[in-house]
Design a protein around this ligand. Structure first.
Ligand SMILES: [Zn+2]
Length: 301
């Protein structure tokens, strides 16, 4: 498949959270996003989403970076750590508050759970201060209907009001929300293409909504299936999915290419990681990516 040269600078990213080593699903995502920009002569950035210290595992960031390199996935520029970006997130929250686009909320988790996770905006007009209160985005009535064309999943529509309501951008313990940080950082890193796991498909409209609040350019989105176990559970650090076997990089890459339906020839597995990546970049065909939310991981992962 031929990819046209475009004049826009292409930038993609892989953004793992350092809560454990890469597993098969995260390798497949990293590989897909890498190939997605490299076939277009773009840059591939790595961002560590290390905003939630209690969930992090010591040394995991470095371990993930080592795993990427061992698989021939070399990133461009410096790794961006979200833990170094707190001032930028705080400035973004201040901007939203100064423009009456955000407010403080005193509702606890239990109350929101009773609303089935769709916040009823109760605190929006209470004029609460920030003392021990979360901060929520005040969704504007006319702007909650978000739609976009996902490059793999097709047309996606979501009414953010009905799906989540005014959502949290900063928690009561002052941690910034994933939605806020990812939006600020995609803009900061001038990301033009986001290819990632389908577990984030649902939160994309929130990110697009936030981009509109800040006047940011909207990247293109492509969501690939997430790898699941034979009983349908997401491979994750939480359910103790095996880390990728070290020393098996060629075979890991071939399994991931196969899983991404890129039809790698059997002989590829005898090549080095670098050679496999070169083959994959030559032969990447985005149209073969399965438009499914999940796909079973191959045996042995
Ligand atoms: Zn509230």
């Amino acid at each position: 498949m031929a990819y046209e040269m475009v004049h826009e600078k292409i930038v993609g990213r892989f953004a793992p959270s350092p809560s454990g080593p890469l597993h098969f699903g995260s390798l497949a995502c990293a590989l897909a996003s890498y190939l997605d920009v490299k076939v277009r002569q773009g840059q591939w950035l790595v961002r560590m989403e290390d905003l939630d210290p209690p969930r992090e595992i010591k040394g995991a960031s470095q371990h993930i970076l080592n795993q990427l390199e061992a698989h021939g996935l070399h990133w461009d520029g410096e790794v961006l750590y979200q833990s170094h970006r707190l001032e930028a997130y705080a400035a973004a929250v201040s901007f939203l508050k100064d423009n009456q686009l955000a407010y403080h909320c005193q509702c606890n988790r239990k109350r929101v759970a009773e609303l089935d996770g769709v916040y009823d905006n109760r605190c929006r007009n209470l004029g609460l201060d920030g003392q021990k209160n979360a901060t929520r985005l005040a969704l504007r009535e006319q702007l909650g209907n978000i739609s976009f064309d996902d490059q793999v999943m097709g047309h996606v529509k979501q009414n953010v009001h009905l799906t989540v309501g005014d959502f949290i951008i900063q928690r009561r313990d002052e941690l910034f929300s994933y939605q806020l940080a990812v939006t600020i950082d995609d803009a900061f890193q001038k990301v033009t293409r986001v290819m990632r796991g389908s577990d984030l498909l649902d939160s994309t409209p929130r990110q697009i909504y936030l981009q509109q609040c800040f006047g940011y350019h909207q990247p293109s989105y492509a969501h690939v299936p997430i790898a699941v176990t034979s009983d349908g559970q997401k491979l994750s650090k939480q359910n103790l999915a095996a880390g990728l076997p070290a020393g098996n990089e060629s075979s890991n890459l071939c399994s991931a290419l196969n899983w991404l339906q890129q039809s790698p020839p059997k002989s590829l597995s005898s090549l080095s990681a670098t050679e496999i990546i070169a083959w994959a970049t030559q032969n990447w065909d985005q149209s073969k990516l399965p438009a499914h939310l999940t796909a079973p991981a191959p045996k042995g992962f």
